[in-house]
Ligand binder design. Structure first.
Ligand code: COA
Ligand code: MG
Length: 290
C-alpha cells in the first residue's frame, strides 16, 4: 500500500475514474467531501460501487465513514459493510478506544451480512482533534483490524484555531509536525502502516514529490492523494528502488553467512541488528511491488 486516493462517495464519475488511476487503495469518502444533504445518496452510490468492484485484483477499497460522534457513522456502516469493502477509514479518531468501539460495530454488521468476524480492516486518522493528538500514547501495541494510521492537518487547525498550517517557507508549524511525528511513532508501535497526509495543492506535483521524499526518508510507507495526477508521483516515491532492494538482500545474506551475529562489517562499514530489521522491512514492502 503506497497510494490511497480519496474519491467523493457521491460522484459516480469520479469513482469510476479513481478506480483506474493505479492507486493501491481507493478511499470512497462519505465524510468531508460530501455535503450533508448528499449523505444518503452518497451511501447508496458508494455501496453500489463497492459491491460492483470488490474482488477486482486492484485497487483495494476503503470507505471513509463519518466520525463516531457525528450521529452518522451507524447509517454509513449499515449501508456499506454488506458490500464488503476491504476496510473502513475512521476520521477524528479520539484514541485507541475508538478503534474498539468501531470494531464492535463492524462485528455486528459483519455478522448480519454473513461475513467473517474481522473481515473489515481499519485505517484511522488520529490527529484531527487536539484530544486525538494528545491520546497518541494510547496506540501502544498491534490491534486487531488496524491496518494503518494517518494524520490530518486541516481539521486539527480548525480545532485549535490556527489560521495556517504552514509557515511562510511552506513548512508545517510545530503542532502539525508533532501530529506527523506522533503518527509515525504510533504506527510503529502498532505495527501498522504509517500513512502521510494529503498534499492539497494538487497542481503542484514538484511540491508533492518533495513532500513524498521527506515522508519516505522519515519512515512513512504511503501517502494519501486527492487527485488522480498525484497517484503516480506517490507510487514512485514509495516504491523501494531496485538498488535499495539489492542492498537489503546483500545485508541479509551477509548476516546469514556470518551465522546471524549481532554485528557484521561490510565494505568497511558496521551493520548491526537495527540495520537488519530495516532491511527485512524494506524487502517485505518491496515484495508485492518489485
Ligand atoms: N478521484 C477521481 N477522479 C478525480 C478526482 C478524484 N479524487 N479528482 C479529480 N478527478 C477527475 C475529475 O473529475 C476530472 O475528470 P474529467 O476529466 O473526466 O472531467 C479529472 O479528474 C481532472 O480533474 P480536475 O479538473 O483537474 O480537478 P477538479 O477541479 O475536477 O477536481 C477536486 C478538484 C479537488 C474537487 C477533486 O480532485 C476531488 O474531488 N478530490 C477529492 C476530494 C476529497 O475526497 N477530499 C476528502 C479528503 S481530504
Ligand atoms: Mg476532514
Amino acid at each position: 500500500m503506497r497510494s490511497l486516493l480519496f474519491v467523493p462517495g457521491d460522484s459516480e464519475k469520479k469513482l469510476d475514474k479513481g478506480f483506474a488511476t493505479g492507486a493501491d487503495v481507493v478511499i470512497v469518502d462519505l465524510e468531508d467531501s460530501v455535503a450533508p444533504d448528499r449523505k444518503p445518496a452518497a451511501r447508496e452510490i458508494s455501496a453500489e460501487f463497492v459491491a460492483a468492484r470488490r474482488g477486482a485484483a486492484a485497487p483495494r477499497i476503503y470507505v471513509r465513514i463519518n466520525d463516531l460522534d457525528s450521529g452518522m457513522a451507524d447509517a454509513d456502516l449499515a449501508a456499506v459493510i454488506a458490500a464488503r469493502p476491504d476496510g473502513v477509514m475512521l476520521p477524528k479518531c479520539a484514541s485507541s478506544a475508538d478503534l474498539a468501539r468501531l470494531s464492535v460495530k463492524l462485528r455486528v454488521h459483519e455478522a448480519e451480512a454473513g461475513l467473517a468476524d474481522g473481515a473489515t480492516s481499519i485505517i484511522a486518522i488520529m490527529t484531527e482533534t487536539a484530544r486525538g493528538l494528545l491520546a497518541a500514547s494510547s496506540y501502544l501495541q498491534p490491534m486487531p483490524r488496524l491496518a494503518g494510521l494517518t494524520w490530518g492537518a486541516e481539521d486539527l487547525s480548525a480545532d485549535i484555531g490556527a489560521r495556517q498550517t504552514r509557515d511562510a517557507a511552506g513548512r508545517y508549524t510545530d503542532v502539525f509536525r508533532l501530529a506527523r511525528a506522533m503518527t509515525l511513532l504510533a504506527a510503529t508501535a502498532t505495527e501498522s502502516a504509517a500513512i502521510d497526509t494529503v498534499y492539497v495543492d494538487f497542481r503542484d506535483l514538484a511540491g508533492l514529490a518533495a513532500e513524498c521524499a521527506e515522508a519516505e526518508r522519515d519512515g512513512f510507507t504511503a501517502k494519501m492523494a486527492i487527485h488522480p495526477a498525484q497517484v503516480p508521483v506517490i507510487n514512485s516515491a514509495f516504491t523501494p528502488s531496485l538498488e535499495s532492494v539489492e542492498e537489503a538482500r546483500a545485508l541479509i545474506a551477509a548476516f546469514a553467512e556470518a551465522g546471524n551475529p549481532g554485528v557484521v562489517g561490510i565494505g568497511g562499514k558496521m551493520f548491526d541488528r537495527p540495520h537488519l530489521r530495516r532491511a527485512e522491512r524494506l524487502l517485505a514492502r518491496a515484495g508485492p511491488i518489485v
